[in-house]
Design a binder for this molecule. Structure first.
Ligand code: CTP
Length: 394
């Protein structure tokens, strides 16, 4: 997510300062190089050594007292930063930024840097709602800063209100969004993901091993690249991706209904979902009791959603082919039968693709071209699939 990106994490003196340690870890987990600047007040809440140990970089606090003469100076830091994230941002630091005050390293750095700036406020609700703070926040926005709304909940003073540091995953998401190119801006993309469940009785169903990960990654990455994303998802254990429209469905019939409801307004359809091909002829009204040695279930075909799609508006349609044998041959057949522009073929089975973080896929295009992709993380696979939207003819 942040490969080769330099993030400067500014930590100011609020009770939420300890959460910045976890934020630093999340940035690093996603491969960012993180430099930490702390205000003197922040050091009253968390020891700089904790940030230093985690970031493996020197922590910057005082302009005139930098102990390591080889460390990067604040102006160099200002130049190398791709983005600066202030978390937590107190009312005091917001006021200083808004008025161009430069009386310590963090404020001096902020005036000097031309990088993107993400402010994550955390304070008492009264301080946040104070018209002076609100005017300062507006002034930051007017000057190109991106300012998150604090979360609602229990505050350090034990009041319930708006003032909590936004969720760390949300801060990471916004940071990635701000850093990403927006080459899919203006595109409306409909993605289906996850397995469907076909009810046998009120407590049982037929399903498959799909985790939904690939579809969710495609939705997240597309949003980050500026697309307007609708995700229609079967049941998964995945967290809802931020800033997209999520429609939850259960069965193949529900998924078909929602795809048809949403298709008219989109430019691209990416069908990653592992839709059940068969469903019980009827769902028993009550729980089926254990009686005979054998139980026969009568199944009937579900509708093939891709075949039901009418490309009235000339949408680009990308399908998936999950195969255990004759991958390319089967995928080519599906590409033709389902009138797709492109199909993403992958081998599935025990320990393969389902639920894993990596996958090896092959792109097969309408004109017969075949592109073998290397084994990649699913997030990279998502990027590679989305790249096709920019080059494929409709
Ligand atoms: N698909 C669909 N509706 C279905 C079944 C599948 O839209 N009822 C879509 C999937 O979302 C995927 C593509 O068709 O994009 C291929 O799905 P897959 O399960 O690999 O193939 P099937 O067509 O179901 O054929 P088979 O199960 O025989 O391989």
């Amino acid at each position: 997510m942040f490969h080769k990106k330099n993030i400067v994490l500014g930590v100011t003196g609020g009770i939420a300062a300890y959460k910045a340690l976890e934020l630093l870890r999340l940035f690093q987990k996603n491969r960012a190089n993180v430099f930490v600047i702390m205000t003197k007040n922040a050091c009253e809440f968390v020891a700089p050594l904790s940030f230093e140990a985690l970031s493996k970089n020197c922590v910057y606090i005082d302009t005139f007292n930098q102990k390591d003469s080889n460390s990067i100076k604040h102006i160099e830091l200002a130049q190398l930063a791709d983005i600066v994230v202030i978390a937590p941002a107190t009312a005091n630091i917001i006021a200083k930024f808004a008025h161009g005050i430069a009386d310590d390293l963090l404020t001096t750095f902020m005036l000097a840097t031309k990088s993107k700036k993400l402010i994550c406020p955390a304070m008492n609700e009264g301080m946040y709602e104070n018209s002076i703070t609100q005017k300062n926040i507006q002034s930051l926005k007017d000057n190109g800063f991106y300012v998150l709304n604090p979360d609602k909940g229990e505050l350090a003073c034990q009041d319930i209100g708006r003032g909590r540091l936004p969720e760390l995953d949300y801060i990471v998401h916004k940071t990635a969004y701000l850093l990403n190119k927006k080459d899919l801006k203006g595109k409306k993309i409909l993605i289906t993901a996850g397995p469907t469940q076909e009810a046998i009785d009120p407590v049982r169903f037929i399903t498959n091993h799909s985790s939904g990960k690939t579809g969710y990654f495609i939705a997240e990455v597309a949003q980050r690249r500026g697309a307007d994303v609708t995700l229609i998802s079967g049941k998964t254990s995945l967290k809802k991706p931020y800033d997209i429209k999520l429609i939850n469905v259960i069965s193949a019939d529900d998924m078909l209904k929602e795809v048809l409801n949403n298709i008219a307004s989109v430019d691209v359809i990416i069908k990653v979902a592992a839709v059940a091909d068969y469903k019980p002829v009827k769902c028993a009204k009550n729980k089926i009791k254990k009686k005979e040695e054998k139980l026969n279930l009568s199944l009937t075909k579900t509708k093939d959603i891709l075949k039901e799609i009418d490309k009235k508006k000339g949408q680009l349609v990308i399908g998936f082919a999950a195969e255990t044998t004759e991958i390319k041959k089967n995928a080519q057949k599906k590409l033709k039968e389902k009138k797709l522009d492109m199909i993403v073929a992958n081998k599935v089975g025990k320990n393969l693709s389902f639920g894993t973080d990596e996958s090896k896929v092959t792109f097969i295009y309408k004109d017969g071209t075949i592109k073998e992709m290397p084994l990649m993380e699913k997030e990279k696979v998502a990027d590679a699939i989305l790249d096709n939207i920019l080059i494929l003819p409709k």
